[in-house]
Design a binder for this molecule. Structure first.
Ligand code: PHB
Length: 393
């Protein structure tokens, strides 16, 4: 039997020992580091915020240990500038010795990091950017977002089938906008459609108003729009101010323009917009209902498609680590990621083992008011769509 004094001493020692354990640094080999590079400021800040939120939510729900390894996320803001992305990726790889780089809010950022991924054999998990060729820039790139080709081909075919004959296009003047335009045009004109006006808007601080007047004057049946996530609200405001909605010129496109993140505040001009896209907050699965509820509870806003890209990117990393038993070298992780399939809030998805790009459902949706709020309501599903933009080898 301990005397009270001895018992107290033991308790105190125990407390010291536990405290020491809790604060001791975890040995380097037990930690898997993820360098998360996203735009938290600058033009695409809404993308960075959605991804950062989703990564936090995923880790809250699934813990920070996988296959015995502690997961550490190092968040870096590239301010929507690809030169920063490159510098940050370099620092994270060389100084922090990260096992994975992830995020990439815009295509030029994903491009800028790819040679570093190749050189260091570090997986680059692209959670946002959508140009087809990104996955061809390094054998270490894996994508959980989407490609513009996936949705633009499908909305073009839908337009042809639904009697739309003349279209004016407005696309953001950089790689994903050029992909969107190319794939839309190919399918739409092959189906007999005609492009009556074509304008390109700058990625940074676009003012749509002068272009919208040209669109209106061209009197198209509809306008095909690609603007990157975060710009849809401003676009829709100027579209309504110039009276294109009243002139009966409907908006069609990939669903970036009606991102759920902003849709709630777009106003009635957005009603009737038909887009093809990979995610809607209104996607009617149990998995998505739980995801939307948890995201709203944590961040007091609706998740958009960028959030889902981040959430699925984390899932891919966790599942790959489980599969490798915690082995975190680039070659083991990439091998584990190839062919992986799971149920995302957006629906069933997988990683194409040949291209490392995402295969997913594309849904056609119409903006409608549901219980007083605007939503992208899905009404047709194209299953397991691969990126149509891969160059044939
Ligand atoms: C891209 O830069 O690849 C990009 C960004 C935002 C989008 C789509 C594509 O909504």
């Amino acid at each position: 039997m301990f005397t009270n004094k001895r018992k107290l001493r033991w308790l105190a020692l125990g407390a010291v020992a536990t405290g020491a354990l809790a604060s001791a640094p975890v040995p380097a080999q037990e930690v898997v580091k993820i360098g998360l590079i996203v735009p938290m400021t600058g033009g695409q800040a809404s993308t960075g915020k959605q991804i950062d939120n989703a990564v936090k939510l995923y880790m809250q729900q699934h813990g920070d240990t996988v296959a015995g390894k502690k997961i550490e996320v190092i968040l870096k803001d590239d301010a929507t500038l690809p030169d920063n992305t490159k510098r940050l990726a370099q620092e994270l790889i060389v100084n922090e010795k990260v096992n994975i780089i992830a995020g990439f809010g815009i295509t030029p950022s994903a491009f800028a990091a790819a040679p570093l991924a190749t050189q260091a054999k570090v997986p680059e998990v692209v959670m946002a950017a959508g140009t087809s060729s990104i996955t061809e820039k390094s054998p270490y790139v894996v994508r959980t977002s989407f490609t513009l080709g996936q949705s633009s081909t499908i909305i073009a075919d839908w337009a042809v089938k639904n009697g739309i004959k003349k279209v004016a296009t407005l696309t953001s003047d950089y790689a994903p906008g050029n992909d969107a335009l190319k794939f839309f045009k190919e399918h739409f004109t092959a189906g007999g459609g005609q492009i009556v006006e074509e304008v390109k808007t700058p990625l940074a601080n676009p003012d749509f108003a002068p272009f919208l007047q040209r669109m209106k004057d061209a009197k198209p049946d509809a306008m095909f729009v690609f603007v990157p996530a975060g710009q849809g609200g401003n676009f829709m405001k100027q579209y309504a101010e110039r009276g294109l909605d009243k002139a009966g010129i409907k908006v069609i496109g990939p669903g970036d323009v009606t991102d759920d993140d902003l849709l709630k505040d777009m106003g009635d001009a957005a009603i009737g917009t038909v887009t093809a896209h990979i995610y809607s907050a209104a996607h009617p699965s149990e998995k998505n209902k739980e995801f939307v509820a948890a995201y709203k509870k944590a961040f007091h806003q609706r998740p958009g498609f960028m959030a889902v890209g981040g959430y699925d990117g984390m899932h891919l990393i966790y599942a790959a680590l489980q599969k490798t038993g915690g082995k975190a070298d680039g070659d083991s992780l990439i091998a584990a990621m190839k062919g992986m399939a799971w149920e995302s809030p957006r629906g069933p998805i997988s990683i194409d083992p040949e291209t490392r790009d995402i295969i997913q459902n594309v849904y056609i949706r119409k903006v409608e008011k549901v219980d007083g709020e605007l939503y992208n309501v899905e009404f047709e599903t194209f299953k397991n769509v691969k990126d149509p933009g891969k160059t044939k080898k």
